[in-house]
Ligand binder design. Structure first.
Ligand code: ZN
Length: 132
């Protein structure tokens, strides 16, 4: 087996389908503003909940009050929406990714499951395993 495969497999993160569905609904509700939340994992290392924080939602910007993030080792990353058709990270996004965990999701308009992309802390696209 090529070495890269092994690395891929070892770092394959799991996410519950219900979390992805909640993200779609939340992003649709907040539109045209951006939706932003943290991702929480359970004891099985699956992303299983959205950890809502005091955040500012706005057009073309959203920010997390990083001073209000509780120290919680179960927080694994972030999710935010883009009100456009572009779900690639901006330079501001990359800055946040490098500081706030290992899994970062971006959902773009029109906010369906296939509009969600996942990135690691360096902004490199990653695959997630969707679990029930
Ligand atoms: Zn963004």
């Amino acid at each position: 087996m090529p070495k890269e495969w092994l690395t891929e497999l070892l770092y394959m993160h799991k996410i519950k389908k219900i979390v992805l569905q909640s993200i779609c609904i939340a992003a649709q509700r907040v539109y045209p503003n951006e939706f932003i939340s943290m991702l929480g994992k359970n004891e099985k290392e699956e992303v299983f909940e959205l950890v809502m924080l005091p955040a500012v939602y706005g057009r073309n910007f959203s920010s997390i009050r990083t001073d209000l993030i509780p120290f919680d080792k179960n927080i694994v990353g972030t999710i935010h929406s883009h009100p456009s058709k572009n779900n690639n990270p901006s330079s501001a996004d990359l800055n946040v990714f490098s500081r706030l965990g290992k899994i970062h999701l971006i959902i773009c308009w029109p906010f369906n499951l296939e509009d969600i992309k996942a990135f690691n802390e360096q902004g490199k696209k990653i695959e997630l395993e969707v679990v029930k």
